[in-house]
Design a protein around this ligand. Sequence first.
Ligand code: UD1
Ligand code: MG
Length: 449
Amino acid sequence: MFQKLLLLLALVLIYCSNKNSAIITAIGFSILGYFVTNFLIPKVGPSFIKIGLFGKDLSKPGKPVLPETIGAVSAIVYLFVVLSYIPFIFYKYMVVTTSGGGERGNVIPSHEESLNSTIFPHDRLCEYLSSILCLQSTILLGIADDLFDLRWRHKFFLPITGSIPLLVIYYVDFGVTYVLIPGFIQRWMQLTASTIDLGGLYYVYMAAMGIFCPNSINILAGVNGLEVGQSIVLGILELLNDTLYLTLGSKQARAAHRFSAVLIIPFLGVSLALWKWNRWPAKVFVGDTYCYFAGMVFAVVGILGHFSKTILLLFIPQILNFLYSCPQLFKIVPCPRHRLPHFNEEDGLMYPSVANLKDEPPKSWFIPILRLLNCFKLIQLEFDDKDKSKIISCSNMTLINLTLVWFGPMREDRLCNRILQIQFLIGLLALFARHAGGAMLFGHDNLWT
Ligand code: UD1
Ligand code: MG
């Protein structure tokens, strides 16, 4: 009954948006996206297993086999949603504000008028299509990874090809490559300029974001529900930020954040459906396809919405996880294929998993750093019984294992929830710092000006 009511609500929203409120249309379509994804996942799961797309749930008794790459279903439904509401979003622009075929040029609203209305201006269509193109290529790369288990050095750099359309559109539409210099640095260095032009480096930075966001979600993984859960938390935080700008921001900011909300709302719809099947006890795995797709959605809105630095603030937990992982990613400390926590069948709890340093010792210069981290409880070391100075293992360097080191062993679902709560809290603080601290550092915050 509730589901039927929700479906009815989706249709009413799409109808009542009267084809000129992009956000209401997005909400309607996102509810449809939720239902379609939720319907398809249990239907296609067995077919995925049949063609070899499956994985063992390593943290359950007997390691049951589950369909893998199911995130591809969410990603493809998302593409259908964002493609099919193009006519709705641009309807008024196409017909109502023009006299129709052949005479559009006479009455196309100026850029200023477009910003005033609730529909998108024309140049937004171009940005919108390039975003879809970027997401499509990222999803293809993700599927290739899930099918062929690509090497890390390839996985790391492949998303860059997906970001090329974005960078080109950024170059044509904005071309802004300068960043503000905080007031205290201006005063301290007695600078007359309040900005610094990064030129080509700004494009390198944006391309790096296209690499970082997808991969950082993929390495904060290994607990049921965590890949999708962290993406949902990121989506909610971003939507919160969009809401602030849509209610208080300038016309320019409202247009950028409307664009972001229109991409994030359906992302939340398809992700919530996936989370229903991937949360503990998982019935499906999301695969690398979903991680890349989710990360790229945030990179896209950050780059084209021109608020990539705010997006990076929301990614603080993923940045910390990446930095913490670096010694293992760069093979200074051995990195096992899986770093997910160790499941103890006897008590059903998760314990920090370890890297064996006895057979494969870390680089000698890093040993004092490991000891220091151990002193601050930032890692768990195990020493040889006979020779107490010899380290025989260390906990794998992920935020998931660190949470277990700090809070002790816990059940998989509680571990996932704890990490998501911490992520949400950090995200809220980051948003607060962005708007309160931004005003202090730069003399003003773009939310109010
Ligand atoms: C990344 C991590 C790896 C982690 C893995 C878990 C790095 C460098 N790599 O590798 O340490 O173990 O993700 O996704 O940090 N699985 C579970 N339970 C879950 C999720 C996954 O048992 O809740 C297992 C399943 O066997 C599944 C496999 O992990 O088949 C998926 O691993 P995959 O996504 O291919 O690993 P990577 O992304 O390469
Ligand atoms: Mg993965």
